[in-house]
Write a protein that binds this ligand. Structure first.
Ligand SMILES: [Zn+2]
Length: 238
């Protein structure tokens, strides 16, 4: 082994140890302590106040009166910490852009995106981090009109289509909502399945122990469902 390689390995090991130590140490620390040298926390607000800020932002966006933002302002302060006011579970759909739809800036939203806006293990872990260590008081499961992932799942299950690649994973994750929508026998199967998918994932998060369920039970975090209408830009709570 050459000297340079040995130095490189040692450095890597030190970095890894340091990071692991910081993470383990961080687990015992409250959110504020974990983020030292940080700007004032903007998210020490109630879940209802956070929701109000989002809905007011959406009203601005839908009426085409979004705030003009100076994105360079606060950039240096943001480099040391983040205090998102809400976590989002959003569809990956290119027409749904949470920061735009809620007229929020960098550092305001902690966004988990996946086609079909469902919560899987990785998404849940991300949201647990946001709740426990970043102090976000609100989670919004954001579905939207004409969701291709939900529509495709309805068709695949109805026609017994075998999808290629990893796409069956999306179908399996969205299927519980389709099953619930079928029982409701609604005239608009896609709209009903979209609603059921949002509500199913809201309930899943509310019951997700040991972290999020505990924060919800104590009233420190609220989980709500939202439906984004692509045609109007409006979000309604569902
Ligand atoms: Zn979608």
């Amino acid at each position: 082994m050459c000297d340079q390689h040995a130095v490189s390995l040692t450095r890597r090991r030190l970095l890894a140890t340091g990071l692991a130590g910081a993470f383990v140490g961080g687990l015992a620390l409250p959110a504020a302590a974990l983020q030292s040298g940080s700007p004032a926390a903007q998210n020490t607000i109630s879940p209802d106040d956070a929701l109000k800020r989002l809905l007011e932002g959406n009203a601005r966006y839908a009426s085409n009166s979004s705030q003009n933002r100076d994105y360079s302002a606060g950039r240096v302060a943001r480099s040391s910490a983040q205090y998102p006011i809400a976590g989002l579970v959003s569809c990956a759909d290119a027409r749904v852009a949470p920061e735009l739809a809620f007229d929020q800036g960098p550092g305001d939203l902690f966004v988990v995106r996946v086609a079909g806006n469902f919560v899987n293990g990785d998404g849940l872990a991300s949201l647990e981090y946001g709740v426990k260590f970043l102090g976000m008081p609100l989670i919004v499961v954001l579905g939207h009109s004409n969701c291709g992932a939900v529509a495709a799942t309805i068709k695949v299950l109805k026609d017994g289509i075998a999808l290629p690649g990893h796409l069956p994973q999306l179908v399996a994750a969205i299927k519980p909502a389709i099953d619930r929508a079928e029982k409701a026998k609604a005239s608009d199967a896609l709209a009903e399945a979209t609603l059921q998918n949002i509500r199913y994932n809201v309930r899943k998060l509310e019951k997700a122990g040991p972290i999020i369920a505990d924060f919800v039970a104590k009233g420190k975090v609220k989980v709500v469902g939202g439906l984004y209408d692509i045609a109007t830009g409006r979000v309604s709570l569902v």
